[in-house]
Design a protein around this ligand. Structure first.
Ligand code: EPU
Length: 428
């Protein structure tokens, strides 16, 4: 197992290029199951979650080739069942259900288990499949969905916690090959949903309204292979914006889409940072006048839950009282205990973290618990006095392509080492 050692308080400066989006790539790769034709997807990031998805596709019978950021997939003859062992490693594997059901008329996928960021049911996905005419059974930990003929229908996908991103993706992927017209009300408006719809449209699907709360899909008989470039990862970009804000002396984030990051740049401006935006780049300057802020996470275009942990790291050293409420995943606060070990002053009540800014954080050995929590610990380590040791860094490799190399190119000093040598190093 690997650890990261972050030598804190190195000023950061320069330019960083953003990778393709993980959360776009995953459903887009799953969507290749909908056709026998060759699909070519560019700008697919090199991440362990992507590796899991490609393994699932290979197990289903797809021919998969990967060369740097380009993935070629041909799903000529496929099975409809995936083994638990692979699926359990990644919750997002649930998004193969929609395309399998659409193409094969049946699908068996393991029911996702517990998740460290909170209870993550898939009731809305299943309700959507049922509305399209599928019969769903949960048997021996598997979801078995059966629908020899999917039929278009009007479906509301809004649940207690709001919209569902992968739920919208799943129903859209099932509906593109259904008979007739499907209307999804209460659809997720995230840019990743629009990116998936754009790929499906290139494959021959008829979809209108993706990126809004109402998506209309007219089913077609079959889809063809297509070529697509994935959008930039807005959460990776947001994480680098926070890094820039924390300790930057002028950092520019390139190859990003600033319109996807408006809620994050607005929060940073409110927190006192200077933000300059061009068509595909954002520059953040720490002008020395940081202010506390209040944030509520919301579905897009609101402030993303996937940026909540990183903002906690920034606000930990922002003088005054800040508050962050996570309305989407109210239990997604595992990083707080670790930030407190580094000297942060944070109280959690319900889904609201009250953060009283301290003048500085101190290095400590800390444990990454999930992807965005790990990013928050890296951001805390960048500003801490001393060497922060982050354990279980495999969490960060699920969603950030070479984060240590990218930060080092900006002036950070981050080492990635095997656990045993980390012990020697810290002991010396
Ligand atoms: N929900 C339900 N029932 C459902 C589905 C969702 O109650 O059937 C609830 C969830 O429990 C949650 C809320 O609805 O409270 C939103 O969940 P959503 O379904 O939108 O989450 P997701 O689609 O499973 C994606 C991202 C997450 C991101 C969320 C919210 C991917 C692969 N994952 O998950 O990304 O946090 O949307 O924006 O796209 C991450 O990248 O670190 C990550 C966790």
């Amino acid at each position: 197992m690997e650890k990261m050692l972050i030598h804190g308080r190195k000023p950061l400066q320069g330019t960083v290029k953003i990778s393709g989006s993980k959360n776009s790539s995953l459903p887009i790769l799953a969507a290749t199951l909908l056709t026998r034709g060759m699909c070519t997807i560019h700008r697919v990031p090199d991440l362990s979650d992507i590796h899991y998805m490609l393994t699932i596709l290979s197990t289903l019978g797809c021919e998969v080739e990967r060369a740097s950021g380009t993935v070629r997939i041909r799903a000529e003859n496929i099975r409809s069942e995936t083994p638990y062992d692979i699926v359990r490693k990644m919750r997002a594997s649930v998004c193969i259900l929609g395309p399998l059901l659409g193409r094969q008329g049946e699908a068996t996928v393991s029911l996702p288990g517990g998740c460290v960021i909170g209870d993550r049911p898939i009731d809305l996905h299943l309700r959507g499949f049922e509305a399209l005419g599928a019969t769903i059974r949960v048997q021996e930990g598997n979801i078995k969905a059966l629908a020899p003929h999917l039929k278009g229908s009007t479906i509301c996908l809004r649940g207690k916690q709001g919209t569902t991103v992968l739920g919208t993706d799943n129903i859209m992927m099932a509906a593109v090959l259904a008979d007739g017209i499907t209307v999804i009300d209460g659809a997720a408006e995230e840019p990743e949903v629009l990116d998936l719809a754009n790929f499906l449209i290139k494959m021959g699907a008829r979809i209108e309204g993706a990126g809004t709360a109402r998506i209309v899909i007219e089913g077609v008989k079959e889809l063809q292979g297509a070529e697509h470039e994935v959008i930039p990862d807005r959460i990776e970009a947001g994480t680098f914006l926070v890094a820039a804000a924390i300790f930057g002396q002028g950092i520019t984030i390139r190859q990003t889409l600033p319109e996807h990051l408006q809620s994050v740049t607005a929060a940073l401006k409110e927190a006192g940072f200077r933000i300059d935006i061009t068509a595909d780049a954002i520059t953040v300057n720490n002008n020395g006048r940081r202010r506390p802020i209040m944030i509520h996470t919301q579905p897009h275009p609101g402030f993303p839950t996937d940026m909540q942990a990183q903002m906690c790291a920034l606000l930990s050293t922002t003088e005054g009282l800040s508050k962050i409420t996570d309305n989407i995943f109210p239990q997604r606060f595992m990083h707080l205990a670790e930030l407190k070990r580094m000297g942060a002053d944070i109280e959690l009540e319900g889904a609201t973290a009250s953060i009283r800014g301290v003048s500085s954080l101190g290095a400590a050995p800390v444990m990454a618990s999930d992807l965005r929590a790990s990013a928050a610990l890296v951001l805390a380590g960048l500003q801490a006095d001393g060497i922060t040791e982050i354990n279980r860094v495999y969490h960060i490799d699920r969603g950030y392509e070479s984060i240590d190399e990218k930060l080092n190119s900006l002036g950070a000093h981050i080492e990635r080492i095997k656990s045993s040598s980390a012990k020697n190093r810290l002991g010396s």
